[in-house]
Write a protein that binds this ligand. Structure first.
Ligand code: FAQ
Length: 336
C-alpha cells in the first residue's frame, strides 16, 4: 500500500505485469538481441520471468543491505568524537538510507511492492549483506567501515552502473558517487587517528584485524560455488565475477594500508610477480554461511531493530495516507 513509486500492477492497469510473461519467440528474440548488443531493458519491455526474479532478488537484497547497513555506524552518531565527525557520519548514514530508497524504487518497477520486500526482510526470509551482522566496538570501526566496507561496495557496484536493467544501472551511478565520498571520509578519519596516540593507532589496527576478512567475504562465494553467477553474467546483470572483484579489491587496498601504516591480518598476503596481483590466504566460508543463514553475532539484533522501527513508524504511515486521501477528496470536490 505505501509506496513512493507507482502502484503495483494488478493486471487491470498497464504496467510490468500486464506484459505477457509467457515467452513468445519473437519477444524472447528481441530481448536476447538487446542483451547481446549490450543494450538496456526498461520496465515496460518484455523480459523473461527468470530475469525479472533475479533482478528482484538482487536489487531487494541490495536495498535491505543499505537499510540494515545504517545500523552499525548509526550506533556511533551520538558518540562521534567531534561536531565535524558527527556531521559527516550523520550525512553518510542518511545517504545509505537514500540508497535503500532508490533501490526499493528500482525493484518496484519490476512489479514487486515495497510492502512485499519489507515483509520478506522483517520475517527473516530476505538476505542482506553478511557484513552488517558484526558489531562496531570502537570509533575506529566507523573509519574502517568507510575505508573497507564502502571500498568493497564501490568495487562491486561500479560494474553495476553498466547493468542491463536500466533503472538499476541508473540508480547505481548516484550511489557510487556517494559511496566514493564515504570511502574517503573513512580513510581520512583513520589517517588522522594514525597520527595520534599509540592507543589510537592500536585501535585502528584492531579494527582492521576484525573487519578485513569479513570484507573479503562480502563479494560472495567463490566463482565455482556461486549458483547465480553464470546466468547473471549472461544477462549482463553481473559484469565481473565475485573472485575477480575480490582480487581487484585486495590489489587496490594493499597500497592504501601501507600509506595508512596498518598491517592487513593475512600472513599469506604477498605480491605475485608472475600473476601481477596479490596472493592471499583462505577465507572462512563456514563462518560466512553461518552469518548468511542468520547465525552471525548481530543478526537477531539487526532484524529486531528494523522490525521495531517499522512498528514504531506505523502511525506516520497511517497519518500520511489519511492526509493523502483527504487531499485527493478535496481536489476531486474542487474539480466537480
Ligand atoms: N551476504 O550466487 P551468488 C553496501 C548470497 S551494500 C549475504 O554469488 P549473486 C553499502 C547470494 O545472495 C552491500 N548473502 O549470488 C554500505 C546468494 O543467495 P540467494 C550489498 C550473500 O547474487 C556500505 C548466495 O549467497 N551489496 O555495503 C553475500 O550472483 C556501508 C549465492 O551467491 C549488494 O547487494 C553476502 N555478502 O552475487 C551500506 C550489491 N554474497 O539470493 C552501509 C549487489 C552472496 O541465491 C554502510 N549484489 N550472498 O538466496 C551483488 O552484486 C550480488 O548479489 C552479490 C552476490 C555479489 C552480493
Amino acid at each position: 500500500m505505501y509506496t513512493q513509486s507507482f502502484n503495483v500492477p494488478d493486471g487491470t492497469t498497464p504496467g510490468p505485469q500486464a506484459v505477457p510473461a509467457v515467452a513468445d519467440p519473437a519477444l524472447q528474440a528481441h530481448f536476447d538481441s538487446v542483451i547481446d548488443a549490450d543494450g538496456k531493458i526498461e520496465p515496460r519491455d518484455w523480459m523473461p520471468e527468470a530475469y525479472r526474479k533475479t533482478l528482484v532478488r538482487q536489487i531487494s537484497q541490495h536495498a535491505h543491505s543499505e537499510i540494515v547497513g545504517m545500523l552499525p555506524e548509526g550506533n556511533w552518531i551520538t558518540r562521534a568524537p567531534s561536531l565535524k565527525r558527527k556531521a559527516i557520519l550523520l550525512a553518510k548514514v542518511q545517504d545509505e538510507g537514500g540508497h535503500g530508497l532508490y533501490l526499493y524504487s528500482a525493484a518496484e518497477t519490476l512489479g514487486t511492492s515495497r510492502d512485499q520486500m519489507f515483509d520478506a526482510l522483517h520475517s527473516g526470509k530476505a538476505k542482506y549483506s553478511s557484513i552488517f551482522n558484526y558489531p562496531t566496538l570502537t570509533w575506529a570501526d566507523v573509519g574502517v567501515i568507510g575505508w573497507l566496507v564502502d571500498g568493497a561496495a564501490i568495487m562491486n557496484q561500479i560494474p553495476l552502473c553498466r547493468c542491463s536493467y536500466g533503472p538499476y544501472a541508473r540508480a547505481m551511478i548516484r550511489v557510487c558517487k556517494e559511496e566514493s565520498f564515504h570511502q574517503r571520509q573513512g580513510y581520512e578519519s583513520l589517517l588522522t587517528m594514525m597520527q595520534g596516540t599509540p592507543e589510537q593507532k592500536a585501535m585502528v589496527q584492531d579494527a582492521v584485524n576484525r573487519w578485513w576478512w569479513k570484507c573479503l567475504a562480502m563479494f560472495g562465494p567463490p566463482d565455482d560455488n556461486s549458483p547465480n553467477s553464470v546466468q547473471g553474467m549472461r544477462w549482463g546483470i553481473k559484469r565481473i565475477s565475485n573472485d575477480a572483484l575480490r582480487q581487484k579489491f585486495v590489489d587496490a587496498t594493499v597500497p592504501q594500508a601501507e600509506v595508512l601504516g596498518v598491517t592487513l591480518p593475512d600472513p599469506e598476503l604477498k605480491w605475485n610477480e608472475a600473476k601481477g596481483q596479490h596472493d592471499f590466504g583462505a577465507i572462512d566460508w563456514d563462518e560466512f554461511w553461518q552469518v548468511v543463514n542468520g547465525n552471525g553475532p548481530c543478526n537477531k539484533e539487526r532484524l529486531a531493530t528494523r522490525v521495531k522501527a517499522w512498528d514504531d513508524g506505523a502511525w506516520v504511515r497511517e497519518a500520511a495516507l489519511t492526509h493523502a486521501r483527504k487531499q485527493e477528496q478535496r481536489t476531486m470536490k474542487e474539480a466537480a
